[in-house]
Design a protein around this ligand. Sequence first.
Ligand SMILES: [Zn+2]
Length: 374
Amino acid sequence: MLRYCRSELPAFLTCLRRAVEIESPTNSPADVSRLARFFAKELKRLHGKVKVLRHPTAGSSVWAEFWPEKRPRKSVLVLGHLDTVWDKGTLRRMPFRTRGGRAYGPGILDMKSGLACGLWAIRALRELGISPSTPVRFFFNSDEETASRAFRKQIFAEARRARAVLVLEPAAAGGALKTARKGVGEYRITVYGRAAHAGIEPGAGVNAIAELARLLLRIEQLARPLRGLTLNVGLIQGGTRSNVIPERATAVVDVRVPRKKDGEAIERKVRRLRPVHPEARLEITGGINRPPMDRARALRLFRKARALGRALGMELEEASTGGGSDGNFTAALGIPTLDGLGGVGEGAHALSEHVIISELPRRVALLAALIATL
Ligand SMILES: [Zn+2]
């Protein structure tokens, strides 16, 4: 398996380059759909039954099925996302390139190398005449980077038909697999005050910015960093000009929760917030949109991957992360889920984003071995 995967590395890199050069920012559905069609074509060439799933506002997702005739019917689900956080045109200042054993480009680590690993794992199994004992299904989602709203139902439905979910997100540092992820939430907090002339009748106004500032200090105190419960006020907007008492101010807060009950506690506390000024009005929308991925769901799969990894000369560690993925959903449904099976590298969402080229054949071989033996 490993020998085959190593011999295929040049072809793999060509495919990876093509995927990186089809830019696919979440906010540009037509571009995400173009990448969907690219992967659909590649999956078809591997004799998969393939569907491109359209959506009225988001880009298309890709669904594929291999070995549908196998019994038992419960599949191995390979999960990935097509979208990236990089705006269209990033390629001009951050082109695909290889240097010093690394391959660079927007979305190459998160997660186009992972998608290519999925493709090549099937190719390896086909070429070596290895047939898994269950059907294998793929779901490449189009809007993971913005909370996976468009195809969430379909992902849930596929997960329920699966015995195990393998997520192609990048590996943690040193190639570690991800066995736990924090839950993710987002709250949009808007304060409505009353506008007035700041000089002529300052007492007639209710300052929404001042009110929001007081609230944010209280919100920051809800964090429990030692327990891993963190908050970030990441965005703030309000006011029109300095001589007008602002009528409206909004903040968006990102929340990360290690356990389900932390999410429930935060939800209760945020909903209980009240304005200090009796005439200010508060509107809170949002909530926890990805439940935590519980390590217990991953352990059996991780042990299996570690044993297979040893046979491939890898010493695989496990890691937990504050970042969410679609694995959060499948684990919360109770389906065994192992994450971080994609490329090994650094700089996801950063200009230095890259994968280590020599690790790619082993990642493909590991994925193929998992698919073949689950
Ligand atoms: Zn990702």
